[in-house]
Ligand binder design. Sequence first.
Ligand code: NAD
Length: 507
Amino acid sequence: MTQSFPTPAAHARDLLDTLGVPARPADAGQPVRSPIDGSVLTHVAFDDAREIEAKVAAARRAFDAWRVVPAPRRGELVRLFGEELRAAKADLAALVTLEAGKIASEAAGEVQEMIDICDFAVGLSRQLHGLTIASERPGHSMRETWHPLGPVAVISAFNFPVAVWAWNACLALVCGDPVIWKPSEKTPLTALATHAILKRALARFGDAPEGLASVVQGGRDAGERLARDPRIPLVSATGSTRMGKALAPVVAERFGRSILELGGNNAMIVTPSADLSLALRAIVFSAAGTAGQRCTSLRRLIVHESLVDKVADAVDTAFQRLPVGDPREGKTLLGPLIDRQAYEAFVAAMDAVRAEGGTVSGGERLLADQWPEAFYVRPALARLSAPAPCMQRETFAPLLHVVPYNSFDMAMAIQNDVPQGLSSCVMTNDVREAEAFLSAAGSDCGIANVNIGPSGAEIGGAFGGEKETGGGRESGSDSWKQYMRRQTATVNYSGALPLAQGVRFDL
Ligand code: NAD
């Protein structure tokens, strides 16, 4: 039976009230739409140049105070934030569903990812360790220390509207850095809600400086303004390769640092020894889940020629059966595309496949009678006899290209022969293939998996990719080092002044 829900606008109003986002005039500012039915949820005012300036100046002032707070005490703020997030998890996830269109379980998973990174960052706050290094000079000691860096700008994409900010912000805060967040103009409400949750943690914490965390609402212009600002030593930007190509030179021109998390074009190799039932589940989740709108979504399936028809037919059947609809419905596995532009890009990509000699099954628009301004689609499977130019591009929609291979070397070459380098995987029970895939001559991606799909990373590992994916790493492992500056210090505790490398300079 179909559940009944309040209208997205009424639902969003309730959630914003519960989450503590101050009410604002319903019709002032930019409209925020729900991809569920295309309706306007509310309006959000964009920050003007003066407001952005005030937020950056406040972050810079906050840095002077925050950098000298002991790191474990900074970790206490993130611990409290994790507690507040646990309490708000269901409501924030429901808002992610309304604003980004994710199904309920994936939206809850996104908020869980925020909680996980809080736990990680709290532990990290007691482990921001440096090195001691042997000095070649008698009576000298050398050490390497990590110090706070300064305000960090986080520019985020619509498809992970809250988790990506948390990956950055939780690390930045324990590292001693204020955070200025420019969310996607398509998902400003989840940013306001997250900020309201953080404010509760800040109130409980007590003495955090004003301006430690802020949200700048706006589009490309606001992002560019932050990218240009020399008071911001690090810009962490997530989005399309197009955005990264525009932003990176702007930050580099002023010798700022950037962490770039850009587009992916992720592949799976299915070998003759693969467990096909495992592979099928991995393919369908990673190609169709989140309506193909993950940076790690599966876009290219490279299958041994002896299996390619069997695997493609099974994927096709599974795509046909996937329940598509309102992402708030418990049975729905595929929600809407974010907007009309995304749908048009999907249609154009299917046309390109046909123009290049491939065939496409699926890809129909669904539920258009019910919601003419919302864009639900059946996932599409594109069969090609060999790699084609259309497979070089990322289309942010559920379109999976399938090609055959006849030798493992050929499969590896196809996997690596795209401009992007985010995520990759091989389905095999042959240890030689698995190890070759993970070797120096194997996958050229930042993420390489064996017997799981390319999407759905855990926070404990460093996340990011090579080539046009931008080269950034964030979240786990030693990603925290990017949010700090490294200092090498030599202390002379002798009465002499020997010079390094035996240099003599006798006065
Ligand atoms: P987008 O590039 O349109 O926008 C991303 C953000 O960048 C937005 O906040 C936008 O306002 C801002 N922006 C755009 N141009 C800018 C500029 N010149 N200077 C500064 N800021 C600018 O991306 P989107 O449509 O929101 O998200 C989808 C894209 O993001 C896909 O390509 C996807 O692969 C990528 N993505 C990558 C990762 C990753 O970790 N690698 C994660 C999520 C999404």
